[in-house]
Write a protein that binds this ligand. Structure first.
Ligand SMILES: Nc1ncnc2c1ncn2[C@@H]1O[C@H](COP(=O)(O)OP(=O)(O)O)[C@@H](O)[C@H]1O
Ligand SMILES: [Mg+2]
Length: 274
């Protein structure tokens, strides 16, 4: 197997007194999809935010190409090729496809004495980039992003990240708000990014989506890595059980706690009464 592009080494993250991530060690390879699974609140977003320059780990290390890295801002991370696409594509509904593709890095042309935004070129490049990802329905760069479906917006954002040189693509629950067809659309784009040699970190709590595209799976339960396995090593039921296991444990713990509290209030046990 290739060298990992990324490695989390004993990463911990606390917010004040609240420990959110516990000693996470994980490797990510280029040309692979790592699925980060876990229930709401498990720490998935926090983990990728320590990578994307949003949060600093409280302790532990993040390595890129075997070298320790510290990102102080999302810009520093994206300059190194770490690109996050958010749930709604992070695009601007009132902008054209061409404009939103190039926001901040617009191609220009000279017009008399002026340097102006080159709309035609921006549209051509944007449409070509998106179509290369198989989204042939997007053929007019002047269309507004707001008129695209959820899946198309995600696809546009992913194509954009790849076009601008992303090496690690982070997708935080890209399919959570989508219908079946739209989700399938996004999953195809994930596979396309993988084919181009990107490392994809795909966050989801939908096991079926993970199984469709994943090479490598990591399950987070209350901030700890509960399982780390490769494609074919566990089936859908086993993964679902693993994820539900965390929930059931939490319920059980709460039940035990409630029981103990009740006992403290009522020292005589049921058995004594009988
Ligand atoms: N900035 C923050 N300050 C305090 N607690 C946070 C912060 N961000 C996340 N958390 C807590 O960390 C836990 C994990 O959250 P998150 O990473 O968003 O989970 P997930 O993405 O798996 O649903 C939650 O209990 C959440 O309340
Ligand atoms: Mg999240």
């Amino acid at each position: 197997m290739s060298e990992p592009i990324l490695e989390f080494r004993n990463v911990n993250k606390s917010f004040g007194p609240i420990d959110v991530l516990h000693d996470i060690s994980l490797r990510v390879h280029p040309g692979e999809v790592l699925c980060l699974l876990g229930d709401n609140g498990a720490g998935k977003s926090t983990l990728i935010k320590t990578l994307a320059g949003v949060h600093r780990p409280t302790s532990g290390q993040i390595l890129m190409d075997g070298q320790s890295v510290e990102f102080n801002s999302p810009k520093e991370a994206s300059d190194r090729g770490i690109s996050t696409v958010h749930q709604f594509g992070g695009t601007f509904p009132l902008m054209s496809i061409g404009r939103s593709f190039f926001v901040g890095v617009e191609p220009t042309k000279t017009w008399g004495l002026f340097t102006v935004y080159d709309r035609k070129r921006a549209n051509e490049i944007a449409v070509k980039a998106v179509q290369e990802f198989g989204i042939t329905r997007i053929d007019d760069g002047d269309r507004l992003v707001g008129g695209l479906s959820g899946g198309e917006r995600q696809s546009l954002a992913i194509a954009r990240a790849v076009h601008f040189g992303a090496r690690v693509l982070i997708l935080d629950e890209p399919t959570a708000a989508l219908g079946v067809k739209e989700a399938a659309h996004v999953l195809r784009i994930v596979l396309e990014a993988r084919k181009r040699g990107l490392a994809v970190i795909f966050i989801t709590h939908q096991v079926i989506h993970a199984l469709t595209v994943g090479d490598h799976f990591a399950v987070l339960i209350r901030g700890a890595l509960a399982a780390d396995f490769r494609r074919g090593e566990k089936n859908r039921d086993e993964i679902t059980d693993l994820m539900a296991g965390g929930e059931q444990m939490a319920e059980l713990e709460a039940e035990i706690e409630a029981h103990q509290r009740a006992r403290m209030g009522h020292p005589s046990s049921v058995a004594e009464l009988g």
